[in-house]
Design a protein around this ligand. Structure first.
Ligand code: B12
Ligand code: SF4
Length: 538
């Protein structure tokens, strides 16, 4: 079996104990049989940067795999970030999958192109296999996905919807009236959206723990935990509502502690990121959780990173979080212009960001902030101001992204209405990090360039803002520091691999590209030149 490929889920929690014992016996003989295969395609957008970006476990596919395993199904969970996926590697898995075969593919927009290609390979191996897509891209554009090699799309949170669909596929009898949140095409070509009045959102306290045992944790860079779902805000560039909806739901403290105990004491993970969309809307629950974490002493061996909204923290809360072991906090600051802040419906102010950053720094956090260039109403001065703000506030890390109108967002509608939406090669150009990870030669166009700006100016100013932020000894040190981890750590310097000539070659190419781009933009684009020299003086 190819190294790192086989991630087998056992039938844990099977209602029928005899069946379970038989299955375990079968597996120990090496005859592993699955009921379905779940695939997380790789993200190909980061190019040469991929190897230097921390690798996270495949969340969506993993959550679904853990849930279905708990329902008694045998699952093969395959993550393309850790293994090549082609006809030769997929065929043995399909052959061991019981008929009717089911393959579930989990995609964001960033990896949908790979998802389509993998679906094609699966169809070519076995045209009968039922291919089901889920995740944020399929949720927001089910019709597009159904135009590809896809039999069903699961829209939104997939646990119960997929379980019901799997049961029906396995029984070879589809009853749309008993399915919720599934889209498919009838023979006539008409798309059917199923619905029936039973679950509006998933109660996360009912779900099993993330199935870390189905993955080789040594192949991933950081631990994570998801302790809540949902966010009530409407930021125009964010599509999280399409999946986890506006209803904020959180895991009971005991359940979080149980999972943390497994990660910290069981797997000995030294750094864990809380991936909640919005960690702190309920102050009481965070205080209770921090107290429980402290009592368990997790902070003695592990540190925690978190992302949240700046308007929902205060000095006392931050102090309690620090005491519980949180050492890095990321705020989506987005802009330093109050006008832009209003335009994006963030419903918080630049002043809120400034206060939270100051308080978090005072509490001893490594503070990380993210900005978006290209938002509606943004001026040249607003872009310079965002850079100035990030420098002035003394945050440890900052990341400047190019606006990306992901499907399902208001920004997507705006870009479409303006006629400015550019989709290339099955969304391969849709990356909020595109301006940073681009090479010297243009591969794709930006997904969107706001009116009054050239594409080169957008790409160049995003790139230069990142560069200028780190063009400072202490910031560069923080970026390269191998011990400083956290939710916003997007670049991991490969200190351990410096003996490897290929790694060194890659790093050298990357460094050369950065230098050449730093010269190129100010030379060829007036807006970039002005930005660069203004930025240097900040
Ligand atoms: C944590 C997180 C990350 C983590 C981990 C991602 C990972 N490995 O899965 C990190 C920091 C690495 C990350 C990176 C990126 N992220 Co991110 N991330 C999130 C965040 C905050 C939470 C994800 C999560 O856990 N959701 C909760 C679970 C329950 O939802 P889910 O994963 O979608 O899975 C459910 C359903 O979709 C469905 N489902 C999923 N897969 C499948 C498969 C089948 C077969 C079925 C039936 C159902 C199903 O069932 C699941 C359970 O209910 C979301 C926001 C959000 N709320 O989703 C953004 C989000 C997913 N990220 C986003 C983006 C843009 C990115 C990046 C492209 C950013 C960048 N430029 O670098 C990268 C791409 C990384 C990649 N691998 O390709 C966007 C995606 C927009 C889009 N249309 O693609 C989101 C929605 C945020 C936003 N701004 O709108 N991200
Ligand atoms: S960006 Fe953050 S605050 Fe805004 S809707 Fe998305 S998750 Fe909520």
């Amino acid at each position: 079996m190819p190294d790192g490929m086989l991630q087998i889920g056992g039938k844990i929690g099977v209602r029928d104990k005899v069946v379970r014992e038989q299955m375990i016996k079968q597996w120990s003989n090496g005859n592993k049989v699955y009921d379905m295969i779940l695939i997380s395609p790789k993200n190909t957008q980061l190019g040469r940067f991929t190897q230097f970006v921390p690798r996270s476990v495949p969340l969506g596919a993993g959550i679904i795999a853990g849930f279905l395993r708990n329902e008694g199904y045998g699952i093969a969970l395959l993550d393309e970030e850790t293994v090549d996926m082609n006809e030769d590697t997929l065929r043995p898995f399909l052959e061991r999958c019981e008929k009717p075969r089911i393959v579930g593919i989990s995609c964001m927009t960033s990896n949908i192109a790979r998802g389509y290609r993998i679906a094609k390979v699966i169809r070519s191996i076995d045209p009968e296999t039922k291919i089901v897509f889920g995740g944020i891209h399929a949720t927001t554009l089910p019709e597009e996905v159904l135009d590809h090699e896809c039999d069903y799309v699961v829209v939104g949170e997939g646990e119960y919807a997929f379980k019901d669909l799997v049961r029906q596929i396995k029984r070879e009898k589809i009853e749309p009236q008993n399915l919720r949140g599934v889209a498919y095409r009838e023979a006539s070509g008409k798309t059917i959206y199923t619905s029936s009045p039973w679950r509006d959102w998933v109660d996360i306290n009912e779900l099993p723990m993330f199935p870390y045992d189905m993955l080789d944790v040594t192949k991933y860079d950081f631990g994570f935990i998801l302790t809540s779902r949902g966010c009530p805000f409407d930021c125009i560039y964010c599509s999280q509502r399409a999946i986890s909806k506006r209803v904020f739901r959180y895991m009971k403290t005991e359940k979080v502690i149980e999972e943390l105990d497994y990660l910290v004491n069981g797997l000995k993970i030294p750094n864990i990121t809380f991936f909640d969309d919005y960690f702190t809307p309920n102050r009481k629950r965070v205080l209770e959780l921090c107290e429980a974490m402290r009592e368990k002493g997790f902070h003695k061996t592990c540190s925690f990173g978190v992302q949240t909204r700046a308007d929902s923290v205060d000095q006392e809360l931050l102090g309690e979080m620090r005491a519980a072991g949180f050492n890095s906090i990321m705020f989506g600051t987005e802009t330093a212009s109050e006008e832009v802040m209003t335009n994006i419906y963030k419903e918080q102010t630049v002043a809120d960001n400034a206060t939270a950053i100051k308080e978090a720094t005072k509490a001893g956090f490594n503070v990380e902030t993210t900005y978006i260039y290209g938002l509606p109403g943004e001026t040249f001065d607003a872009r310079v101001e965002a850079l100035r703000f990030s420098r002035k506030m003394g945050v440890s890390r900052a990341r400047f992204n190019n606006i990306t109108p992901y499907p399902g967002t208001t920004m997507y509608r705006i870009a479409k209405e303006e006629g400015g939406l550019v989709i290339e090669n099955d969304w391969d150009n849709f990356s909020s990090a595109a301006a940073v990870t681009a090479g010297l030669k243009k591969k794709y166009s930006m997904p969107y360039t706001p009116p009054g700006m050239t594409e080169r100016e957008l790409t160049g100013t995003v790139f230069l803002a990142n560069l200028l932020f780190y063009a400072n000894f202490s910031k560069a040190k923080a970026l390269l520091n191998p011990w400083q981890k956290g939710s916003g750590k997007w670049f991991e310097f490969p200190w351990k691999d410096l003996w490897n000539p290929l790694r060194v070659l890659d790093l050298s190419i990357l460094a050369t590209t950065v230098i050449l781009r730093a010269i190129y933009y100010p030379l060829v684009e007036k807006g970039c030149r002005k930005f660069f020299f203004k930025g240097l003086r900040i």
